[in-house]
Write a protein that binds this ligand. Structure first.
Ligand code: HEM
Ligand code: HEM
Length: 125
């Protein structure tokens, strides 16, 4: 397993636990509902998307029968995805305002684009 897969799968599990905790605290009223998008994206960009990245980096080259040529870039992509999500979640929860939130949202969007390009190269390159 390449380091990108291992980091993506490990951080997916980390986000799952964090997001569940945020959900429980919100449901109990210990955190305000301003944390709702942080919870939703920690589940969907964190747990779900990172789990998919981790499996896809391992599986797609094998489905296609090719060697994955860009493990370093994939590791960078997983780092970007985690950084972007961390900033988005804290930006929502702590009401950082649109500018700083937007910087991290941009990082998340770039991470998503990079993943799509890397996998398209595997599928069609
Ligand atoms: C321990 C497990 C979980 C707890 C305690 C929990 C709790 C909550 C709470 C309290 C809300 C706010 C509901 C409201 O609007 O009043 C919420 C919203 C949400 N949760 Fe969870 N949740 C859990 C797991 C999950 C999982 C596994 C996912 C997805 C994979 C998820 C996705 C969402 C989404 C997308 C919203 C926003 C829904 C909307 O737009 O109204 N949650 N959750
Ligand atoms: C670059 C990545 C993303 C950005 C910048 C982004 C941004 C946003 C914004 C601004 C909202 C409105 C939040 C609010 O209520 O104030 C939102 C809501 C939502 N997004 Fe995303 N999103 C991203 C990725 C995703 C992905 C990948 C999924 C699902 C797989 C997703 C699912 C949702 C859901 C379910 C809601 C409603 C949640 C709620 O009611 O709090 N988003 N998103």
């Amino acid at each position: 397993m390449i380091p990108a897969s291992r980091l993506a799968l490990t951080s997916a599990l980390f986000w799952f636990l964090v997001a569940n905790l945020l959900g429980v605290l919100m449901g109990l009223g210990a955190l305000p509902l301003t944390w709702k998008p942080a919870h939703a994206h920690a589940q969907l960009l964190g747990f779900v998307s990172l789990m998919i990245y981790g499996v896809a980096y391992h599986a797609l080259p094998r489905f296609r029968g090719v060697v994955f040529r860009r493990p370093g870039l994939a590791l960078f992509q997983v780092g970007l995805a985690n950084l972007g999500l961390l900033g988005m979640a804290l930006g929502w929860g702590l009401a950082w305002g649109p500018t700083l939130w937007g910087v991290f949202a941009g990082v998340s969007a770039v991470a998503g684009l990079l993943f799509a390009l890397l996998m398209l190269e595997v599928l069609w390159g």
